[in-house]
Design a protein around this ligand. Structure first.
Ligand SMILES: Nc1nc2c(ncn2[C@@H]2O[C@H](COP(=O)(O)OP(=O)(O)OP(=O)(O)O)[C@@H](O)[C@H]2O)c(=O)[nH]1
Ligand SMILES: [Mg+2]
Length: 367
């Protein structure tokens, strides 16, 4: 049995963690009080936030698993304030984690663009890596590109700091790429959060179950160490009529991935897990499709979980050697930083020239 630590920081991280707990406890609003999590592993979940309202909004995560870090007026998307706040409260956070016992692996979930999650998470990962031996993976959600200059620049710096934190791999999910998950913004968030939560639970099951063809934490570590530090996860579900080959293919196509990538071109290593009734999981078919991927990218681990009567589902973890989409994001971020800098320079010049107030110099109000 694996011991898993899962931390969600900031609003986005909290909500995804809550979606994980909803699935794990079976969905009812009170299920967290009487149900046991249906993880095969022992999973400890912790939500961290400076905003008490975000924590209160969580319905499926136990109160003891929600840590409020008081910071007057929140962090307001300012990563400098966020980092200071983490450092001031580091001992409290790390004590809470230490009290939960031993772990084999940890996941830290956050958005890259806000203030709290994006500044806390790289520092938290660094702290975990310095204190413990277990691998720490980060799951980072990228913003909608039209959310503004501050969110774009935050993302660029958060990803770099996450990369430098010593994390064992960054799994990317992209709001922009997944925006069709729901109509209005709230349903899009819910849709995206559920997609990420389902994949996390599938992954945990794959790392910790008796399978026909086994993948385990060791395989996952090897896959995650394969690329340039970034990875994404794909998923697809068959209808019982299409072949397992096409389900595997769908999981690797844009409709299945959490982040835009041509994995056949950009992939470095992969782990493909198939789950469902034995009758859908012909080893020859599976091998055919997986060999095709291996011939493009190199090594692919495969795992099979038998579930009687279930249609086939496929989870694909792919590490990336390069990513064109991240290059695009950084180009936008550089523009965003320039826009903010120009604005600041203009303000400084204007302040010096003092054009507005100088108009009344020497004048007195007349009554
Ligand atoms: N997928 C998804 N993205 C979210 C959700 N909530 C917020 N986001 C995205 O997260 C980014 C903002 O980060 P938040 O996590 O809200 O910020 P925070 O860490 O709470 O930071 P502050 O509020 O600034 O202290 C934006 O790009 C949002 O689009 C959510 O529930 N799901
Ligand atoms: Mg917030």
């Amino acid at each position: 049995m694996l011991n898993v630590l899962m931390v969600g920081t900031g609003q986005c991280g909290n909500r995804i963690l809550d979606a994980v707990n909803r699935e794990a406890f079976g969905g009812g609003k009170f299920s967290k009080y009487y149900s046991r999590q249906k993880f095969p592993s022992r999973v400890e979940t912790i939500a961290i936030n400076t905003a008490i309202n975000d924590l209160k909004e969580m319905h499926y995560t136990k109160a003891k698993d929600r840590i409020h870090i008081p910071n007057l007026h929140g962090v307001g998307a300012n990563r400098m304030v966020g980092k200071q706040c983490f450092n001031d409260n580091k001992d409290l956070i790390m004590r809470n984690i230490t009290e939960r016992g031993e772990f084999d692996v940890a996941f830290v979930i956050t958005s890259s663009s806000g203030g709290t999650g994006s500044s806390f998470s790289p520092l938290l990962v660094k702290e975990l890596k310095e204190r413990y031996e277990f691998p720490v993976y980060s799951i980072v959600v990228l913003p909608f590109r039209e959310e503004g200059t501050i969110y774009l620049q935050n993302s660029a710096f958060c990803l770099k700091e996450m990369y430098d934190s010593g994390t064992d791999g960054i799994i990317l999910a992209d709001n922009q790429f997944l925006k069709d998950a729901g109509g209005d913004i709230q349903s899009a968030y819910d849709g995206i959060n559920n997609m990420i939560a389902d994949r996390i639970l599938f992954l945990l099951e794959a790392l910790d179950s008796e399978m026909m063809m086994v993948t385990d934490l060791g395989d996952f570590k090897t896959v995650m160490s394969g690329g340039a530090g970034f990875a994404t996860i794909g998923y697809a579900k068959g209808d019982g009529k299409n072949s397992i080959r096409s389900v595997i293919h769908d999981s690797l196509s844009p409709s299945g991935l959490l982040f835009s990538s041509n994995v056949f071109e950009e992939g470095s290593r992969a782990m493909i897990i198939m789950r469902g009734d034995r009758k859908y999981l012909s080893i020859d078919d599976i091998s055919g499709e997986i060999d095709k991927l291996s011939s493009h990218i190199g090594h692919v681990f495969k795992g099979v979980i038998i579930r009687n009567g279930e249609v086939p589902k496929v989870l694909s973890v792919v590490t990336l050697e390069t990513t064109a989409e991240l290059e695009n994001l950084y180009a936008l971020a550089v523009e965003a930083i320039q826009i903010e800098k120009d604005k600041r320079d203009r303000m400084a010049i204007r302040k010096e020239a003092d054009t507005t107030f100088s108009k009344i110099e020497g004048l007195e109000p007349q009554y």
